[in-house]
Design a protein around this ligand. Structure first.
Ligand code: UDP
Length: 325
C-alpha cells in the first residue's frame, strides 16, 4: 500500500520540489500551505494527480487531516531576510506554534516527522566550516532573530517530543539552496541578481561582497532530505554544498552567465548578515552516504533557464505579497 506524506509549505520553493519527489517515489502526497509566501503555480501540475491533495491552511492553527499519515515534512516558513522583516510574527509562529501542532499530529498518528532547520541557527558563525556540534552565534533581537530563534526553538521542541513521547523525528539543517521556483522578488541574492540581469539593471551587492556563502542545487538537497527521512538518525544533519564563494564572485558568475553588460553597485550590508558560511558535510557523507552532485555551473544554467522563461509581467512586477496582511 502506498504510504502517505504530509508536506507543509508545499507551494513554496523547497516544498514543491519535495512534493514532486515523493509523488515520483509512489507516495500519496498531502500538500499544505497558507500561500503567504508560496505560490500555487509551483504545484499546479500536481492537481490533476489522484495521489495529490492540497489543503490551504495555516499550520499555526490546529491541524487536522483526514485519513492515515505515515510521514510529515515541515517546510512551511518564510525563508528570506526580507520576509522576516515584513512578517516577523508569522515567521516566529510557524516554526514554534506550527511545529508544535505538527509534532502533535506526528504523535497521534504515529508518523515520522522531519523538520526543516537551517544554517541560520549557527548565526554569524565563529566556527568555520560549520559542524553540527557548533552551538552558534545568534543575535536574538536582531532582524534575523525571529527566524533564527524560532528555528532553534523548533529543534528544541522536536528533540523534546522525541525524548519524552518517543516520536520519530529528523532534523535537517539546510544551507543556502537555489534552483527553479525560487521567488523572483524574495530579496535573496540569486533571484535578485538574475532579475536585475534580465531587466537590464545594475547588480546590487551588499557590503563589499567579501562575505561568503555555499550554494546547493535543489535536487541535491531533496536527495539528502529523502535519505535522512528514510534513515534512523535522529540528531541534526547539515545538508548543503561545501563549495564556498564570495558574493562578489557569485555576482560576477551571474553577470558572465547572463551576458549582461550591467555593472555591480554596492549597497549597505544588512544588519547581522553572516560573514561566512560553509557546511561541514562529513556527517551526511558518513550516515547518509550523501554528497552534492550538481556543479554550480550546471545548477546556475538550469536556474537561469527558469528565470528567463518567466512571463515578462512577472519579471517587472513589484513585491505585493504582503499587501493584504
Ligand atoms: N545579497 C546581495 N545583494 C542582494 C541580495 C543579497 O549582495 O541583492 C547578499 C546578502 O547580503 C548576503 C548574501 O548575498 O550576504 C546571501 O544573501 P541571501 O539573502 O541569498 O541569503 P542569506 O543571507 O540568508 O544566506
Amino acid at each position: 500500500m502506498a504510504k502517505t506524506i504530509l508536506i507543509t509549505g508545499a507551494a513554496g520553493f523547497l516544498g514543491s520540489h519535495l512534493c514532486d519527489r515523493f509523488i515520483k517515489e509512489g507516495f500519496n502526497v498531502i500538500g499544505m500551505d497558507n500561500l503567504i509566501t508560496g505560490s500555487l503555480k509551483n504545484i499546479e501540475h500536481l492537481f490533476p494527480l489522484k495521489q495529490f491533495t492540497f489543503y490551504q491552511h495555516d499550520v499555526t492553527k490546529y491541524v487536522h487531516v483526514a485519513g492515515n499519515i505515515d510521514y510529515i515534512l515541515h517546510f512551511a516558513s518564510p525563508a528570506s531576510p526580507i520576509d522576516y522583516l515584513k512578517i516577523p510574527i508569522q515567521t516566529l509562529k510557524v516554526s514554534s506554534l506550527g511545529t508544535h501542532n505538527l509534532l502533535g499530529v506526528a504523535k497521534n498518528r504515529k508518523a515520522r516527522i522531519l523538520v526543516a532547520s537551517t544554517s541560520e541557527i549557527y548565526g554569524d558563525p565563529q566556527v568555520h566550516p560549520q559542524t553540527e556540534d557548533y552551538w552558534g552565534h545568534v543575535n536574538p533581537i536582531g532582524p534575523r532573530g525571529v527566524y533564527d530563534e524560532a528555528k532553534r526553538f523548533q529543534e528544541a521542541i522536536t528533540m523534546a517530543y522525541h525524548n519524552e513521547h518517543g516520536v520519530e523525528t529528523r532534523i535537517v539543517r539546510i544551507f543556502n539552496t537555489y534552483g527553479p521556483r525560487m521567488r523572483l522578488n524574495d530579496g535573496r541574492a540569486l533571484p535578485a541578481f538574475f532579475g536585475q540581469a534580465l531587466r537590464g539593471e545594475d547588480i546590487t551587492v551588499f557590503g563589499d561582497g567579501s562575505q561568503t556563502r555555499s550554494f546547493c542545487y535543489v535536487d541535491d538537497l531533496v536527495e539528502g532530505i529523502y535519505r535522512l527521512l528514510m534513515s534512523d538518525y535522529v540528531w541534526p544533519v547539515n545538508i548543503g554544498n561545501p563549495q564556498e564563494i564570495t558574493i562578489k564572485e557569485f555576482a560576477e558568475e551571474i553577470i558572465k552567465l547572463t551576458g549582461t553588460d550591467q555593472k555591480i553597485i554596492y549597497k549597505p550590508l544588512p544588519t547581522d548578515d553572516p560573514k561566512q558560511r560553509r557546511p561541514d558535510i562529513s556527517l551526511a557523507q558518513k550516515t547518509l552516504n550523501w554528497e552534492p552532485k550538481v556543479s554550480r555551473q550546471d545548477g546556475l544554467k538550469t536556474t537561469y533557464e527558469y528565470f528567463k522563461n518567466l512571463p515578462q509581467e512577472e519579471l517587472f512586477k513589484k513585491e505585493h505579497r504582503f499587501d493584504n496582511l
